[in-house]
Design a protein around this ligand. Structure first.
Ligand SMILES: *[C@@H]1O[C@H](CO)[C@@H](O)[C@H](O)[C@H]1NC(C)=O
Ligand SMILES: *[C@@H]1O[C@H](CO)[C@@H](O)[C@H](O)[C@H]1NC(C)=O
Ligand SMILES: *[C@@H]1O[C@H](CO)[C@@H](O)[C@H](O)[C@H]1NC(C)=O
Ligand SMILES: CC(=O)N[C@H]1CO[C@H](CO)[C@@H](O)[C@@H]1O
Length: 343
């Protein structure tokens, strides 16, 4: 049994904590922490009765005797410091993305992880653990569509004009760094870890959140990444849909294509009436990826207990970040960005 702690309970942390507590056969949730009173109140009801120790600080939690692994779902600006702290304590880490918003800083984390070779560090790219994406990968590996040549991946969120969301957008790092990063990760997942990006370019529009113009960011943007050898990935991201959550991916190969969730829908119900035929959209990531979160922690746990390689290599997260930075730069400057990656 692996002894896991969850940092910062929040919405994402609550999901992880409950999954570890109830759904992960080979792990025990032993501790959790959050600086927020609302989280501590939640934990008092949901975790403490089941033997989980809860702390108001990360440092106190890290001192829990026998703690082996930590899931970090705290505020983005402490991800890197907490990840490094875990590594230095010899504790395995699964950190929500992004560990940091800069590829140079991620390089530091990679160096530290290499210095503590027995520690496993993984970035939470949940879509890799969705059963449909996994099935797509296994079909591609079986040669179902021939060699994949073009990937189209999109991630769309519902329009949110609250002051809280707008202030989040100001510190998000930009649409490619914050949101498209998942789709970039998927492109590496399907093309294979040895795919090397060659150049990237992007364009965008500020359709609703006009204030993003000041920082050269956009609320709808398209990015293209060209790989050495000619393969292409193109991304569309929106923060402003009227109908809900719509993440979808298509992989075009030499002899066929695979598409995943092209018509994002909540369930298999259709309502037929005088207005036509209605289906319900997905409402958010928690609903769409609930099973993927469980699979993610299972894979992480198994990699540690069986000393296998972690399923999302840190170097791959670094490559995704470099591509996202290039797209963000191209969006600001209007210029194509050459990527010559030296790992
Ligand atoms: C799906 O797309 C939305 C919108 O960009 C993004 O916020 C979210 O992180 C994506 N979810 C996943 C798990 O890829
Ligand atoms: C809008 O964004 C804020 C801040 O991220 C979030 O708390 C709120 O739930 C969102 N509202 C909707 C309707 O999604
Ligand atoms: C990265 O994060 C830091 C600290 O959270 C912030 O100050 C900085 O502006 C961010 N950089 C980008 C490119 O978003
Ligand atoms: C149309 C479609 O395939 N929708 C699926 C999208 O993904 C969720 C979660 O795996 C499924 O529940 C939907 O059926």
């Amino acid at each position: 049994m692996l002894k896991i702690g969850v940092v910062c309970i929040g919405r994402m942390g609550q999901e992880h904590a409950l999954n570890i507590l109830w759904k992960i056969r080979r792990a025990n949730l032993v501790c959790a922490c959050s600086p927020a009173q609302s989280d501590l109140d939640w934990a008092e009801e949901q975790l403490v009765p089941y033997g989980v120790s809860v702390y108001p600080t990360f440092e106190e939690m890290l001192a829990f005797p026998g703690l082996e692994a930590v899931v970090i779902a705290s505020a983005t600006n402490v991800h890197k410091a907490q990840t490094l702290e875990c590594i230095r304590h010899g504790i395995h880490v699964l950190c929500e993305k992004p560990v940091t918003n800069s590829s140079d800083e991620l390089q530091e984390v990679i160096k530290e992880a290499e210095a503590y070779a027995s520690v496993k560090v993984m970035v939470g790219f949940t879509r890799r653990f969705d059963d449909q994406y996994l099935e797509a990968l296994s079909r591609i590996k079986r040669g179902a569509i021939g060699d994949p040549i073009v990937i189209r991946s999109q991630a769309c969120d519902t329009l949110n004009i609250t002051a809280m969301y707008k202030s989040y957008l100001q510190v998000s790092g930009g649409i490619f760094l914050d949101a498209t990063i998942h789709d970039i990760d998927l492109a590496l997942f399907f093309f294979g870890e040895d795919a090397q990006p060659k150049s990237a370019w992007a364009a965008g529009i500020t359709a609703h959140h006009k204030e993003l113009q000041e920082t050269g960011d956009a609320d709808n943007a398209v990015g293209i990444c060209e790989f050495h050898g000619g393969k292409l990935a193109y991304f569309y991201n929106s923060r402003t849909t009227a109908f809900g959550f719509d993440n979808q991916t298509e992989i075009f190969g030499m002899s066929g294509k695979i598409s995943i969730n092209l018509s994002s829908r909540r369930n298999k119900l259709e309502q037929h009436d005088s207005n036509g035929i209605t289906i319900e959209p997905n409402t958010g990531w928690a609903e769409r990826y609930s099973e993927a979160f469980v699979c993610e922690i299972n894979s992480f746990t198994e990699a540690i207990l069986e000393n296998k390689p972690i399923p999302v290599p840190l170097k791959s997260a670094w490559k995704s970040l470099r591509i996202a930075e290039a797209l963000q730069q191209s969006l600001r400057t209007g210029k194509r960005v050459e990527l010559n990656l030296k790992e």
